[in-house]
Design a protein around this ligand. Structure first.
Ligand SMILES: C[S@@+](CC[C@H](N)C(=O)[O-])C[C@H]1O[C@@H](n2cnc3c(N)ncnc32)[C@H](O)[C@@H]1O
Length: 419
């Protein structure tokens, strides 16, 4: 017999939170304020992981998930919840993380920038391939769920799937296909991840005979020590994406944001209201925020550890005739060391999910920039880093939730900080 639980709220990781006899339950596919019968999946030291078996009294925000793979495929966690409630829950989780981990108590977020579209927003998708089948992994496992379409992906990416399946059928060693789509150029860049390197000739044949002409570039990569090693390339290595009045070159090896519906509003939100002399931007990528910020300062210096992204950023400055910026291929820690002792009016950070290293956070406090904008895709590491910054005398000016990832638990935010 199952166990009946009341779902108090949604929590980070995509679960609903329930409790029984003082024990916490993290429940998959639960919605807030409902009564569900659950099946226990895993007993852990501090909590039990469970899944909804039957909804006894449904949440007012529960809806029928539109995707036929939902609950089999692990890509989405919250399709069964109304979008406005997803946004509200994300804002609450963000505030709770700041309080619990960062010891920062705020009454509310200053604003929520929702995705303009709930579905079809993703321009970057990483398909998994197993034994010639294409799909995504199930929740918390390496088991492949074959799919014919993904409702989060841009519709043009879905149109590409038959040719990707044919590629998977032909290339036995294929493990993953990473797709990047430019909605402005209507063209694709692909990365094929294989166990051992592919011959360039084979890659060329795929491009010419199997893939549509809109696939303008194709790279082969193998995985070594957790890093992708480029083995062969055919066609173009970059495409162009528009962000408001800026055109950005994005190479296959550079990072780029996934949600095309926010390509203008997100950087606009970051730059809004700023008026400073000198900006130092770490993790600047291809310049997604830099060019918007350049209109609010006398000079911006950006850096990134990815050489491909820095080359794109330098190219993009010329392309868009922005002359008050410069970019360097540098690790964040080195940029902070190199600029120690300088007056920095505004420091902009957008680290990967791991957040800042201890050394980086300490150096920021020592360098004492007058203001900081911290863009984060992980509320847990954000809260940890903000604890260091606030202990060093900084105060939170404002927090915005930016929903780059509808239907999933992922949380992007922008925090403005002052000394
Ligand atoms: C979340 S992305 C943001 C990029 C850019 N701000 C954007 O919005 O397109 C994080 C960036 O941090 C860079 N990065 C990762 N580790 C780094 C490090 N230790 N030092 C500097 N940059 C790093 C990555 O290359 C990547 O471009």
């Amino acid at each position: 017999m199952g166990l009946d639980l009341f779902v108090k709220k949604l929590v980070y990781g995509g679960y609903g939170l329930g409790e029984d006899k003082g024990k916490k339950f993290f429940i998959r596919y639960a919605a807030p304020k409902e009564l569900v019968e659950v099946e226990v999946l895993k007993e852990k030291k501090d909590y039990t992981e469970a899944v909804v078996k039957t909804v006894k009294i449904g949440s007012q925000w529960r809806r029928t998930p539109p995707c036929k793979y939902y609950t089999h495929c692990g890509g989405c966690q919250w399709q069964h919840i109304e979008y406005q409630e997803q946004l509200r829950a994300k804002a609450d989780i963000l505030l709770e993380s700041l309080e619990r981990i960062g010891k920062i108590k705020l009454d509310s977020v200053n604003g929520i920038l929702g995705s303009k579209e709930e579905f079809g927003y993703r321009t970057r998708v990483q398909f998994k391939i197993r034994e010639g089948h294409l799909g995504f992994f199930a929740w918390g496992s390496g088991e492949l769920v074959p799919i014919e379409e993904c409702l989060l992906a841009h519709p043009r990416i879905n149109q590409l799937i038959p040719s990707l399946k044919e590629t998977a059928r032909l290339i036995k060693e294929l493990q993953e296909v990473h797709v990047f789509y430019s909605p402005h150029e209507d063209e694709f860049l692909l990365k094929l991840i294989t166990i051992s390197p592919m011959e360039t000739q084979k890659l060329r044949k795929l491009k010419e005979h199997i893939l549509p002409k809109e696939v303008v570039g194709l790279g082969n990569y193998t995985l070594l020590g957790g890093r992708f090693i480029k083995r062969a390339v055919v066609g173009r290595e970059f495409t162009f994406v528009r962000s408001g009045r800026f055109i950005l070159r994005v190479s296959n090896d550079s990072f780029f944001q996934v949600n095309h519906t926010l390509y203008e509003d997100f950087p606009k939100l970051v730059a809004e209201g700023e008026k400073v002399k000198r900006i130092l931007e770490l993790h600047s990528g291809v310049g997604f925020f830099s060019f918007w910020l350049s209109e609010h300062c006398e000079f911006l210096f950006g850096s990134d550890a990815n050489q491909s992204a820095v080359k794109d950023a330098i190219y993009n400055a010329k392309l868009n005739q922005v002359s008050n910026v410069s970019f360097a291929h540098e690790k964040a820690i080195d940029t902070l060391k190199n600029h120690a002792g300088e007056v920095i009016d505004l420091l902009v950070l957008d680290p990967p999910r791991e957040g800042l290293s201890e050394g980086e956070a300490k150096l920021i406090v020592q360098n004492k920039p007058k203001r900081i904008i911290y863009i984060s895709c992980n509320p847990t590491t954000l809260a940890r880093d903000l604890k260091v910054l606030t202990s060093g005398g900084y105060k939170i000016e404002g927090v915005h939730l930016v929903d780059n990832f509808p239907q999933t638990y992922h949380i992007e935010s922008v925090v403005k900080i002052t000394i």
